[in-house]
Design a protein around this ligand. Structure first.
Ligand code: NDP
Length: 247
């Protein structure tokens, strides 16, 4: 796919990696549109970069449906969806604290599944629906994670990212007949706010386990997004960009 002039919807793109994807694609001549949950962050994005956006909670079926309906009525179906919105809410599955045994909070489980799994499902479904309806041979890029392999403290997050990979393969198989490609990227630890939340001593240990000896940069994941868009034979696979780290 030629990036120039393409309409790209990016979820969770008001900050972090999604913002980087949006800015880089705009600089390549695409027309990004961001959906996110905090209006103020969308204003900042618009003021800083000129990239438009709208408040849409990806977990809300009706909200996602009406967004894609309205977006398509105004612009035509998106050529690209980047399913980037994702959250963490880490906890140990079972944690013994003295005499007390603490369970993984169900609220953490639900919260992360809603955004990382249901949100990805809903946005991809709506984007694909409008692409097919309008005959747009588009691309869906899902952001997975190295944690898809299973990671300590991330029962919920790891489960969702493994599911994102499975949905990527499934959708690629199903949607190929309409000329739609679906790919995923599994980033390792990237220099973002999400990683800045990790305690410094834990982060230091973590970096020691990355064979490349450093965190990845957002630029390097953005390049992977562009590769997937451009490469017409790439579909149903997960691109690992992790500095050779294996969890
Ligand atoms: P950020 O937390 O920086 O950005 C995520 C964005 O998604 C935020 O703007 C957030 O809003 C938004 N968001 C959260 N919930 C919703 C929702 N319900 N509807 C719409 N938007 C929502 O994340 P990163 O840039 O670090 O990560 C982006 C993606 O990359 C995620 O899928 C993540 O799992 C994945 N990833 C990140 C890695 C890293 O090292 N950072 C490594 C591997 C994968 P708010 O401002 O409210 O938080």
């Amino acid at each position: 796919m030629e990036i120039l002039g393409k309409k790209v919807v990016i979820t969770g793109g008001a900050r972090g990696m999604g913002k980087k994807f949006a800015v880089d694609l705009k600089n390549l001549g695409a027309k990004p549109f961001v959906v996110d949950v905090i209006e103020e962050n969308l204003h900042v994005l618009k003021n800083e970069t000129g990239i438009p956006g709208q408040v849409v909670d990806v977990t809300n079926e009706k909200g996602v449906e009406s967004f894609f309906e309205a977006y398509t009525a105004e612009n035509g179906a998106p050529d690209v969806l980047i399913n980037n919105a994702g959250i963490t809410a880490d906890a140990l599955f079972i944690k013994q604290k003295g005499d007390e045994i603490v369970k993984f909070p169900f609220s953490n489980w639900e919260k992360v599944l809603n955004v990382n799994l249901t949100g990805v499902f809903l946005c991809a479904r709506e984007a694909a629906f409008h692409m097919v309806k309008r005959g747009v041979k588009g691309v869906i890029v899902n952001i997975s994670s190295i944690s898809r392999a299973g990671n300590l403290g991330q029962t919920n997050y790891s489960a969702t990212k493994a599911a994102v990979d499975a949905m990527t393969v499934t959708w690629a198989k199903e949607l190929s007949r309409y000329g739609i490609r679906v790919g995923a990227i599994a980033p390792g630890y990237i220099n973002t706010e999400m990683v800045a939340k990790i305690r410094p001593e834990v982060l230091e240990k973590l970096i020691q386990n990355i064979p490349r000896g450093r965190l990845g940069e957002m630029e390097e994941i953005s390049q992977a997004v562009q590769f997937i868009l451009r490469n017409e034979f790439f579909s149903g696979r997960v691109l690992e960009v992790d500095g050779a780290m294996r969890i």
